[in-house]
Design a protein around this ligand. Sequence first.
Ligand SMILES: [Zn+2]
Length: 458
Amino acid sequence: MSKVFVLDTQKQPLNPVHPGRARMLLSSGKAAVFKRYPFTLILKGRGEQPQVAPLRIKIDPGSKTTGIAIVNDTSGEVVFAAELSHRGQEIKKRLERRRGVRRSRRQRHTRYRKPRFENRHNKQRGWIAPSLESRVCNVVTWVQRLMRVCPIVAMSQELVKFDMQAMEQAEIKGIEYQQGTLQGYETREYLLEKWNRMCAYCSAKDIPLQIEHIHPRAKGGSDRLSNVTLACEACNSKKGTQDVRAFLATKPDVLRRILAQAQAPLKDAAAVNTTRWALYERLKALGIPLECGTGGRTKYNRVTRGIEKAHWCDAACVGASTPEHLHLSGVVPLLITADGHGSRQMCLMDKHGFPRTGPKQAKHVQGFQTGDMVCAIVTRGTKIGTYVGRVAVRATGSFNITTKQGTIQGISHRYCTALHTCDGYSYGQGEPLHPSPEKECLFPPPVLPDRGRKEAEV
Ligand SMILES: [Zn+2]
């Protein structure tokens, strides 16, 4: 069950409480709502001060979505879960548009401008592209926000896809890929990465892949990683116990590619990812013990505990510290979408780069700004009703409110009450896990169920 965060009168985090207890605190007047997202209460007086139970925040960074979970290591309870959607693509698009406008301006016949030299910043060490920077900043922002409302004493982050050291002289034993040991999962991640998550023979993607011996074991082929590849079921059964040279006799270029790729060990660089390392450095700077996990271990933890695939479930399974029993039932993940803080462009332009609108109006109108969550209770006129949603302010004081049902135009600011000030993110409720009465088989058969992760990791 997702819990509700509680602060004491000094705004220090206390143990999160059950929603029922939160309702009781609110209705008895002992607490007030401090914040909507994440939902946080503040106590009005000094009540009993129970021992604060330490919690661990766990992060599974992704390129589009990052999973976040707060877990109680001793009880295995998931206290809070969230899925944070980044805006990397949006940033890239905006930068490209700006570049286009500037380029066209330079090529027009305009008045002479003196060349300006050395007007570029030198890229500092640790610089990463703006779209990647925003992903790192999103995660750090949310870790800090949660640390302010929840007693967090430890962090776990998925840092790499598989354990490079464990791969050094890896040799897969039959048992490892049939019974799903931790080593087996690291190996799978390694192979997926090495063979670009596709069938080596027909390049099919997004289908279950099987581990395939290039030189068949029936003919004395070894279990070393340099002798295995990934194949779809059709190719695997078609090849059977043939030698790869016989199987690919008609496709010499495919044969050459496979033989070369099999011999080349995966470079460190392919497994190491700058964004995740940048995130690691920033999280470490927060001064809380930080544990690192691998993608192989996350998958192993998730599958052995019979948990479905979701970003927040993956986050709860990151690292060696994952409790034996994770209690995920009833947890509703908070869906957080990064929306940015608007644009800095002074006015909109037409396709030739000329101003199309007047200069920007004031950002705040009657104490509201675009993006605030408001509740409007309209008591007169044709629009009588209650509307809750995101407001778009107009200088006239007549706002538009985007609710779940649609946009309502022309609501006076007089009817609006702010629920949550615009903070660069929008929010929604995710789906809880489907209750699964019977646990599925703990260990998957020797196929690689990799349909889940279509998006590339950051
Ligand atoms: Zn195939």
